[in-house]
Design a protein around this ligand. Structure first.
Ligand SMILES: C[S@@+](CC[C@H](N)C(=O)[O-])C[C@H]1O[C@@H](n2cnc3c(N)ncnc32)[C@H](O)[C@@H]1O
Length: 197
């Protein structure tokens, strides 16, 4: 489905930068949202743009069930090969009409995470609008994305994240500078957007 990302799947987990990103995202999730969820149990989780599941792997021991979705079949194949008991890995496009009826998406989620995924979708605001109704009332939405540098730069701005979350009906929205990635040339800031349905 996604040729470009498919090409990265086999070597994805060998990249220390993407592993470090997942480590820092998980640490920031615990720091900023753990108390709100309670006892550090994340219940039913949707990992949007899960890739090979680096974040799902960390969430699995502290979650009930994780549904991990991605449009790259090769990324999903790598995640499936990890055979994580409480992770359902699916190659689906959340925008496709048939996706709405998938049994795995039928029950509301306590938490939706999107780690370095939403800046890569063609229509960010539409996808956030499609994801938020999958949360239970009071459920948490959390995304991490590169802070956009300048006009036309890659990533998302704090204002873009804030507007998309508010448009999708999230409350208590916050955009934080979650962490900085070093060692990738320039230091790059990662924003964390958080909101409650
Ligand atoms: C930078 S990778 C991040 C993967 C993973 N979240 C991680 O942190 O290792 C971006 C991921 O977003 C996925 N992606 C891009 N567009 C997508 C879409 N429309 N729906 C679902 N996943 C998408 C890609 O296939 C890729 O696996």
């Amino acid at each position: 489905m996604s040729g470009t990302w498919d090409e990265h799947a086999r070597d994805w987990d060998d990249n220390p930068d993407v592993r470090a990103y997942a480590d820092k995202a998980f640490a920031s999730l615990k720091e900023h949202t753990g108390p709100a969820i309670g006892a550090n149990r994340y219940g039913r989780v949707l990992d949007f743009g899960c890739g090979t599941g680096l974040l799902s792997e960390k969430l699995a021991p502290v979650a009930g069930q994780i549904v991990a979705i991605d449009t790259s079949s090769a990324m999903i194949d790598v995640l499936k090969s990890k055979s994580i008991e409480n992770v359902i890995a699916l190659c689906v496009d959340i925008d496709a009409p048939s996706t709405v009826n998938l049994p795995a998406l039928g029950q509301p989620f306590d938490l939706i995470v999107a780690s370095s995924a939403l800046a890569f979708v063609p229509d960010y605001r539409t996808i956030v609008g499609n994801l938020v109704p999958l949360l239970r009332e009071g459920g948490l939405f959390v995304q991490w994305d590169w802070l956009k540098s300048g006009d036309g730069g890659f990533g998302l701005t704090s204002a873009e994240i804030s507007a998309a979350c508010k448009d999708a009906g999230l409350a208590d929205t916050r955009v934080l500078e979650a962490f900085v990635m070093e060692g990738m040339g320039d230091a790059m800031t990662v924003l964390m957007g958080v909101g409650t349905r």
